[in-house]
Design a protein around this ligand. Structure first.
Ligand code: PPE
Length: 306
């Protein structure tokens, strides 16, 4: 990774290499951690964090689901995130707040352990590899099913959920693909290992509904709003595996992945290789995160302001 200099840990800014925790931390053993992925972009008005409060509230809600006492309110967490970016003198970075049940008692019950909060920020370029945003990624449908909401709550962005993602990612990489798309236990498309999935067919946009077991992505919500503004309504409907194969366009959305076209699924080329709607949405997204869309200036929190 592209190491930075400072990490925020339980209220203190510490050196990157000094941000260490105990080996018997509950979250490491039992996946009892919740986190966020946020991006800060360079804009004409200085570095700005995209949809900061939406991420902060999702973190707070994830923690609530796991009965974690965060000890900081939304404003305090937002301020801590801004101060982490400032401490790293970074104008463009990926930000990772993580709350976890800490060190104290071993055993599955997390409740006796105090909850730690840490925030790191570092440079993270194209998440799915060099050139992915331009030429797209090759995906496979995983043999692993996405965790069912009856098993682990998908709306809690918990580390535990990512063990399922990691298995699917390993399978895809070993099979020579870039990314995996997971079906849910009903056999319908859910999401990718760290992104939501969108489909374009005859000019119409769709994405699986929350009931398909997806994380309600903040980028997904951004895409839906931006699409409406360019006259493309998005339907939240179930997508089947074969509908992936017969799409005109497919793309992934996520904070890290931004809007990444999918060029191929299971060896089937997506559409004719032109991605007109995806390209429009990529441009609209870029304008929004860079502060060039005055309709959405409320999505940006400037790091240098108070
Ligand atoms: N689904 C999953 C499973 C997921 O992890 C993400 C984000 C999304 C959907 C999209 O959510 P949003 O970022 O709010 O649009 N994945 C984060 C973690 C990536 C990682 O490898 O770590 C991210 O993009 O930050």
């Amino acid at each position: 990774m592209d190491k930075a200099t400072k990490i925020w840990l339980n209220g203190d800014i510490v050196d990157w290499d000094a941000a260490k925790i105990h080996l018997l931390t509950h979250g490491l053993h039992y996946g009892t951690a919740v986190f966020e992925g946020i991006r800060c972009y360079r804009t004409d008005g200085g570095p700005a964090i995209f949809r900061l409060y939406d991420h902060v509230w999702r973190l707070i809600n994830s923690a609530k689901i796991y009965l974690m006492e965060l000890r900081y309110n939304a404003d305090e967490i937002a301020e801590a995130i801004k101060s982490t970016v400032r401490a790293n003198r970074s104008d463009e970075c990926y930000i990772r707040p993580i709350a976890y049940y800490g060190y104290g008692e071993m055993g599955v019950n997390p409740l006796p352990n105090k909850v730690d909060l840490a925030i790191a920020a570092w440079r993270w370029g194209a998440y799915l590899g060099e050139g992915a945003l331009e030429k797209g990624v090759r995906c496979m449908v995983s043999s692993w099913r996405r965790i069912s909401p009856l098993t682990l709550p998908p709306q809690a962005k918990s580390s535990a959920n990512y063990a399922n993602s990691a298995l699917a990612k390993i399978e895809a990489i070993k099979a020579g693909y870039d990314e995996a798309i997971l079906l849910n236990v009903n056999g319908m498309v859910s999401e990718a290992t760290g992104e939501n999935v969108f489909r374009v067919k005859r000019g119409a946009l769709s994405t699986p509904p929350a009931s398909a077991g997806v994380l309600r992505g903040i980028t997904r919500d951004t895409v839906i709003q931006l699409a409406a503004e360019i006259g493309v309504e998005c339907r939240r409907i179930d997508i089947s595996r074969e509908e992936l194969y017969t799409s005109d366009e497919l793309f992934l959305s996520g904070t890290a992945a931004e809007i990444t076209p999918i060029s191929e699924v299971d060896g089937r080329k997506v559409g004719n290789g032109a991605f007109p709607i995806t390209r429009k949405l990529q441009a609209a997204y870029e304008n929004a995160v860079r502060g060039r869309n005055s309709n959405h200036s409320q999505w940006l929190t400037y790091v240098e302001g108070d």
